[in-house]
Design a protein around this ligand. Structure first.
Ligand SMILES: C[S@@+](CC[C@H](N)C(=O)[O-])C[C@H]1O[C@@H](n2cnc3c(N)ncnc32)[C@H](O)[C@@H]1O
Length: 319
């Protein structure tokens, strides 16, 4: 490591300590020095941007520092584009950057379950369990089930009850390590649900579930299209989203999208899925406030039942 980089690291540590003490002006000075010593170091520019944001009257400099992060690392592991959106300096993106979501959950993986259960009072597993209970009479047996964005496997117990086979797909390898440790999955794969295949060996699923996953995607149209393509006729797509207003794609302070009823319905209809039920209820707490979600059950129409009518036959020669 070069001397400049070593000195930059010391400045960064100092800047973070000063920021921790609430002295953002002094932190900016130390972090600016770190950036000058190591101009290609994205973490230093990001820390600088965050502290500039906290200094009154420095929004334009914060914006410039976030833009530097984006030019240094277009995959945007740090989530600079989200910060620009929340500053009002960039349009709301269709999705959060995959590299950002992956890094976030890799970091969270070990403490994810205790945080969700104890701190955030996460109710997704109960919501999915009730939805599965509701559709059970109409679900194929044994069902092939995909847990989309499975994370550590918190909703796997409710899916396993209905599943002959349960597969998991997730962006974060750290989360998947925890999912494997549950012993509840037949397979798990690392992949991006917006870009990678959902099916294994072209075999469709009877149930696809997504608990607290679609909050990381703004434009859900391609998700519903993929669900239709990956479901067997009569198969179900069950998911939760954070409830929001209906006017536009909404990105909340917690860096998650919110979705409203009247925006979801046309996406579902356009993918030729039937909306079986849509329920609003508290899905978790944040800063001790309830966070409302929508729990949706959608279904790919079953094949028409053979009514015993004769199937018309056309003789090749006479047609
Ligand atoms: C809040 S966790 C929820 C995990 C689990 N479904 C549950 O209910 O506990 C969100 C998970 O979705 C995954 N995820 C987010 N966006 C994704 C994407 N585009 N493709 C695959 N997984 C994604 C994350 O890596 C993370 O593990």
């Amino acid at each position: 490591m070069s001397d400049d980089r070593l000195r930059a690291e010391r400045r960064l540590d100092l800047g973070l300590a000063l920021a921790g003490d609430g002295d953002h002006a002094a932190a900016v000075e130390a972090l600016q020095a770190a950036c000058d010593l190591a101009p290609g170091w994205v973490e230093a520019h990001f820390a600088l941007a965050e502290n500039l944001e906290k200094l009154p009257g420095h929004a334009a400099q914060a914006e410039a520092a976030y833009r530097t992060c984006l030019s240094l690392e277009p995959a945007d592991r740090m989530g600079a584009r989200i910060r620009l959106t929340l500053l009002g300096a960039a349009p709301t993106p269709d999705r959060l950057p995959a590299a950002y979501v992956e890094a976030l959950f890799d970091q969270e993986a070990r403490r994810f379950d205790s945080k969700m259960k104890d701190k955030l009072d996460y109710r997704g597993p109960e919501a999915i369990a009730q939805a599965v209970h509701k559709i059970l009479p109409d679900l194929a047996h044994p069902a092939r089930v995909l847990d989309l964005g499975c994370g550590t496997g918190l909703i796997a117990p409710s899916l396993r009850l209905a599943a002959g086979r349960l597969d998991g797909l997730d962006l974060s390898s750290g989360m998947l390590v925890q999912a494997v440790a549950t012993g509840l999955y037949d397979s798990v794969r690392q992949g991006d649900l917006l870009n990678d295949a959902w099916l294994i060996d072209e075999q469709p699923y009877d149930l696809i579930a997504a608990g607290d996953v679609l909050n990381y995607i703004g434009d859900l149209a391609p998700v519903f299209q993929s669900a239709t393509a990956a479901l067997s006729p009569g198969g179900f797509f069950v998911f939760t989203v954070e409830a929001g207003e209906d006017t536009q794609i909404e990105l909340g302070e917690g860096h998650r999208y919110r979705h409203g009823d009247t925006r979801l319905r046309p996406w579902i209809a356009a993918a030729l899925l039937d909306l079986v039920s849509l329920e609003r209820r508290v899905l978790r707490q944040e800063k001790r406030q309830p966070v409302y979600g929508l729990i949706c059950i959608t279904r790919k129409p079953p094949l028409p039942v053979d009514m015993g009518l004769p199937v018309p036959h056309f003789d090749q020669k006479t047609v």
